[in-house]
Design a binder for this molecule. Structure first.
Ligand SMILES: Cc1cc2nc3c(=O)[nH]c(=O)nc-3n(C[C@H](O)[C@H](O)[C@H](O)COP(=O)(O)OP(=O)(O)OC[C@H]3O[C@@H](n4cnc5c(N)ncnc54)[C@H](O)[C@@H]3O)c2cc1C
Length: 505
């Protein structure tokens, strides 16, 4: 049956935006139910050279799912979910949200297996987390989504449907010379040189991920939908640790949280699978939210602290956990905190409330931006996503704070300190502050790139951080990415202007 392509009307207004709060426009929209229907749409768009914007759950914060003309493909109908044949994987249609995958895996394995990457936004879709190589807090213990993607079914711009399992198609050095059977017709001949830039050894989701002798599946992971549409993904699931507790340590002085995490990282066997940081601004925002909600929240932040660190700690049993918590408490003390101020959650509701508190931070930032945007239309979320080599973290955090204070900007800093990856969010009240914040970020992009870091560790480049990618890899690196895209998508219809401008700027 032919797929219905609908004119874009006000009814679909929500499809013009993602969590970046950038607003776009579109001509048409379609809701395919399977890979074959995606292929039909792409064949039409290829013929017409019409740009295509693919949407999962639109929780992305880089504007990648925001259309600027052409066709929107919303994958929201692709919600098939089943167990893989070997019992240690799950196969999800593009739109299945992470929370559903996790529920399914829990049931399938009677609570013994899980999919570790936890980008905090549990409504993010299976296709979206592959395309963004999503991460989150537990990436400290388990690495990003990449390591868990076992197979993808991808539809190329010309409508070819390919199955790409991990471990089957490899580059020789920096060259792919392969023939890949298509599920719907002629095979795909891939003959290309790979870009020559070096991908930094930090947490990274900026641009195409390139390695010598790389696996082809890794090229699609993190490509932000610019090389193909992911119709389905198979994820490996792994054994849950026997016991995971949560701990939040509060510190009265700035930098004590950093000293604490640095000391923990230096211990061989601390058991932490995540380490999350909150600065004074984040705690202030949470306190405000707390007062607005008048006790209707599952968490309660104490007043008078400058920093906090949330840990997820894994252990074999209660005794082992007690030992680990003791070591952590000693480090809280050494860093200048009081273990008596720390909260420990063994399981169930209280542990869940810690996770909610963590998620409330970016949510509060997004809500604040949405509020400001009602009067200042041109303002979007201004959040950084840079990672640095571990030894550079303390001075990078100092740089963030000093630059923003000198400029008189309001800001919050939070996130994945375990991976030396903190999100800075400038809360700009007007266009002048917004522009000032942007120019400060551009300066950091340069400094962080020179340090061997990444301008985007997990959110991707989307449409908001193209300039930063250029700073990171230079004009030549970006041109090489554009040439590589042409091999998969010669007319540049897919995710046009995501990661880099399609037309040479
Ligand atoms: C409050 C909040 C907190 C967050 N915290 C984190 C965090 O800690 N870590 C983290 O990594 N992310 C985080 N995110 C970002 C976000 O959840 C992830 O980037 C997520 O992976 C996007 O999934 P999605 O389905 O919403 O994708 P979308 O936003 O719909 O799309 C994202 C990009 O992928 C492309 N795309 C989506 N699906 C497909 C597909 N099937 N085929 C081809 N292209 C596709 C889109 O075109 C777009 O370029 C957070 C977001 C919010 C709102």
């Amino acid at each position: 049956m032919a797929i219905r392509i609908l004119p874009f009307t006000n009814e679909y207004e929500l499809h013009l935006m993602d969590e970046s709060k950038k607003i776009g426009y579109a001509d048409r929209i379609a809701f395919p139910r399977n890979a074959e229907e995606i292929a039909q749409i792409l064949r039409i768009c290829s013929l017409e050279e019409s740009p295509v914007t693919v949407q999962g759950s639109r929780t992305g914060v880089g504007g990648g799912a925001v259309p600027f003309g052409g066709m929107v493909i919303s994958l929201e109908k692709m919600k098939n979910l089943r167990a893989g044949s070997s019992g240690d994987s799950v196969i999800a249609g593009a739109a299945v949200p992470l929370e559903e995958i996790n529920r399914f895996v829990r049931k399938m394995s009677k609570g013994t297996l899980f999919l570790p990457p936890d980008p905090t936004e549990t409504t993010a879709s299976a296709g979206g987390v592959v395309c963004c190589n999503s991460s989150g807090a537990r990436t400290y213990g388990y690495g990003p989504m990449r390591g868990f993607v076992r197979r993808i079914r991808v539809v190329l711009a010309d409508g070819k449907i390919l199955d790409i399992p991990r471990g089957r198609y490899f580059a020789e050095g920096r060259r792919f010379s392969l023939t890949i059977p298509a599920l719907n017709g002629e095979p795909f001949r891939l003959e290309t040189e790979l870009p020559s830039y070096t991908v930094p050894e930090v947490k990274n989701a900026a641009g195409y991920w390139i390695r010598e002798n790389m696996d082809l599946i890794d090229l699609f992971i993190g490509a932000e939908g610019t090389l193909g549409v992911i119709a389905e993904a198979e994820f490996s699931v792994v054994e849950k640790p026997p016991m995971v507790w949560g701990l939040i340590a509060f510190f009265p002085e700035e930098d004590q949280g950093v000293v604490f995490t640095e000391a923990l990282k230096a211990i061989d066997d601390h058991g932490c699978i995540s380490m999350e940081y909150f600065d004074r601004g984040s705690l202030g925002l949470l306190l405000e939210k707390q007062s607005e909600m008048k006790g209707r929240l599952s968490w309660h932040v104490p007043e008078g602290f400058s920093e906090a660190v949330f840990l997820e700690v894994a252990a074999e049993d209660k005794e082992h956990m007690a030992e680990r918590i003791h070591v952590i408490e000693q480090e809280i003390l050494h860093a200048g905190g009081d273990p008596g101020d720390a909260w420990v959650a063994a399981s169930g509701l209280s542990f869940h409330s810690f996770k909610e508190l963590r998620h409330a931070t970016p949510e509060a930032v997004n809500a604040r931006i949405a509020e400001i945007k009602k009067v200042q239309r041109e303002i979007t979320k201004l959040g950084s996503d840079m990672s640095v080599p571990a030894d550079k973290l303390p001075r990078t955090l100092r740089m963030y704070r000093e630059d923003l204070r000198k400029a008189g900007l309001d800001f919050v800093i939070f996130g994945h300190i375990g991976n030396s990856h903190l999100h800075v969010n400038v809360i700009s009240r007007n266009k002048e502050e917004y522009d000032l914040g942007k120019s400060i970020y551009a300066g950091w992009a340069k400094t962080v790139s020179e340090m061997g870091g990444s301008v985007s560790a997990e959110h991707g480049v989307g449409k908001l951080k193209r300039e930063f990618l250029r700073i990171m890899y230079g004009d030549d690196g970006v041109s090489e990415m554009r040439e590589l895209k042409k091999v998969f998508d010669p007319k540049g219809i897919l995710g046009r202007d995501n990661i880099f401008l399609w037309k040479n700027d």
